[in-house]
Write a protein that binds this ligand. Structure first.
Ligand code: XMP
Length: 518
């Protein structure tokens, strides 16, 4: 039997709205999943949802090919909350009237609560005036559908919230998931707890129990699992979860491709070699990857070669272990959303790891983190006792230092880069800035310039420093690091690394730059 949990379904009508709503629902400690807007009600029903949220979206219902959901959903005897576009869709599908461009209050709008039950129970609505909310839709409901009441109105009389208590259907013109709606979280919680009857039970501890039960039920009492361990947060958490769920029946394979930062491989071997009950295999594939990368300068080709080589090494090792049916991967929820697996979601990145190890390997996949956002993965890791060195690691690309050595990757360049990177990281950490920065690293630019060393002219490589602040890696700004810190880093890098000629600082935001150089 698969373990059960209370679940909210968020229907995605495009844009980032659904991911944002999903984040907030999880913050309210209720589990939720995002599905494409056109998922048939029969499919949604199979999830046994405690409620459904129609996330807002950038479209207008008056557009010719406006995305529509299955209207059977409104007859399903499950609470529904339509937000923005979702509200308009629901209102029109149920016989209400929606007017194009009716809402003149786009942006911050004041509203008055007419009925506090059930959505506006939060104490921030204690005052009669109601509150402020963010509206990002020009269309508005003019007449609610039969059976619905108006629950709130804006200063200009625009309907801000509607509801039909008997059918448990609600609509919001306001966006409850953004910071500009101060009572927004209260509205969402009211919907989740009072209307849907959910309890705030989605916690790291309950997730660990849920995931362990789920792994046990999917691999059965005898099944053996192989786990690809990279030393990153996600795969480390997977390894610890598997350790709890199946113990000795898990074999973890760490492929050292030689493209990690200074000391990282040793850290992985130390931690996992001693902590896991199952077998831990350290494959030293450094030579092999260097050979495969020899003469390659094109970044995308490097990525492909590294991906393919990784699969080859992993496959050889895993197949030599005998009878193993399952492969565990650290796919997380944003990979699932960004890969476009959730229809209606724009494909944002192509270098996610969903399906990274192809099915030709003949394994059945176990992906215990598929439902978690990155920060939730960290909380679960903490619950499992993983050290900060792993949990607080900055994001690191799968192809590792190969995309931070511009041009051909050689052992010599990697060595130099590792040293420069370690000095930069050490100084950032000494200054206590590591938590403020999204990523900070050094890049081997692959060019040689002139300098003066030991009293004579000398040609050597240039290393660039890159430090960025970002929320989600989609956009980033270069970090204005203190000059004295930069001075120390520069003096140490040029002084401690023989052969290196120059250090430069990358001051390009994203866009137009990217975070990595390749
Ligand atoms: P860019 O350079 O596109 O990077 O601004 C955005 C984020 O993605 C990481 N990145 C990668 N991660 N494989 C990965 O697993 C890759 O090939 C790759 N390239 C970039 C980058 O470090 C940043 O966090």
């Amino acid at each position: 039997m698969e373990p059960q949990l209370q679940k909210i379904i968020v229907l995605n009508f495009g844009g980032q709205h659904s991911a944002l709503i999903a984040r907030r629902v999880r913050e309210a400690q209720v589990y939720c999943e995002v599905l494409p807007y056109d998922t048939p009600w029969e499919e949604i029903r199979k999830h046994g949802p405690a409620g459904v949220i129609l996330a807002g979206g950038p479209a207008s219902i008056f557009l010719e090919r406006a995305p529509r959901c299955d209207s059977a959903l409104f007859q399903g005897n499950v609470p529904v909350l339509g937000i923005g576009y979702g509200m308009h869709l629901m209102a029109r599908q149920l016989g209400g009237k929606v007017e194009q461009g009716r809402c003149s209050e786009c942006g911050r709008a004041a509203f008055t609560v007419l009925e506090r039950e059930p959505l506006f129970q939060d104490e921030c609505f204690d005052q009669k005036e109601g509150g402020y909310g963010w509206i990002n839709q020009r269309d508005a409901v003019l007449e609610p559908p039969p059976g619905f009441k108006v629950l709130a109105r804006t200063e200009n009389g625009v309907i801000a919230a509607i509801g039909d208590d008997s059918r448990r259907l609600y609509g919001l013109q306001l966006h409850p998931a953004v910071q500009q709606t101060p009572g927004g979280m209260g509205i969402l919680k009211s919907f989740l707890y009072h209307v849907c009857g959910c309890s705030p039970s989605w916690t790291p501890r309950s997730f660990v129990q849920y995931a362990v039960d789920k792994i046990k039920s999917s691999v059965g009492p005898e099944g053996r699992v192989v786990c690809a361990l990279s030393g990153g947060v996600d795969s480390s958490v997977v390894a610890f979860l598997l350790d709890r769920a199946v113990g000795q029946r898990c074999v973890s394979i760490f492929v050292d491709h030689g493209l990690l930062r200074k000391g990282e491989a040793e850290q992985v071997v130390d931690l996992f070699g001693s902590r896991l009950k199952g077998q831990f295999i350290h494959v030293d594939a450094r030579e092999r990857f260097l050979k495969a990368l020899a003469g390659i300068t094109d970044p995308e080709q490097k990525r492909k070669i590294i991906g393919a080589e990784f699969i080859n090494v992993f496959k050889e090792k895993a197949l030599s272990l005998g009878d193993i049916a399952y492969l565990a991967q650290g796919t997380i929820y944003s990979d699932v959303i960004e890969s476009g697996t959730v229809a209606g979601a724009a494909v944002i990145k192509s270098h996610h790891n969903v399906g990274g190890l192809p099915e030709e390997l003949g394994f059945k996949l176990v992906e215990p983190l598929r439902e978690l956002f990155k920060d939730e993965v960290r909380l679960v890791g903490r619950e499992l006792g993983l050290p900060d060195a792993i949990l607080k690691r900055q994001p690191f690309p799968g192809p590792g230092l190969a995309v931070r050595v511009i041009g051909e990757v050689t052992a010599e360049k990697l060595e130099l880069l590792r040293e420069a990177d370690a000095i930069f990281c050490e100084e950032i950490e000494k200054a206590g800035l590591e938590q403020e920065l999204w990523q900070y690293f050094a890049v081997h630019t692959g060019i040689n310039v002139v300098g003066v060393k030991g009293g004579g002219r000398h040609y050597g490589p240039v290393v660039a420093l890159r430090a960025v602040r970002s929320e989600d890696a989609m956009t980033a700004d270069w970090a204005k690091l203190p000059f004295d810190l930069l001075e120390r880093v520069s003096a140490r890098i040029t002084g401690e690394i023989p052969g290196l000629a120059r250090v430069v600082l990358d001051i390009t935001p994203k866009p137009p730059g990217t975070i990595e150089w390749e």
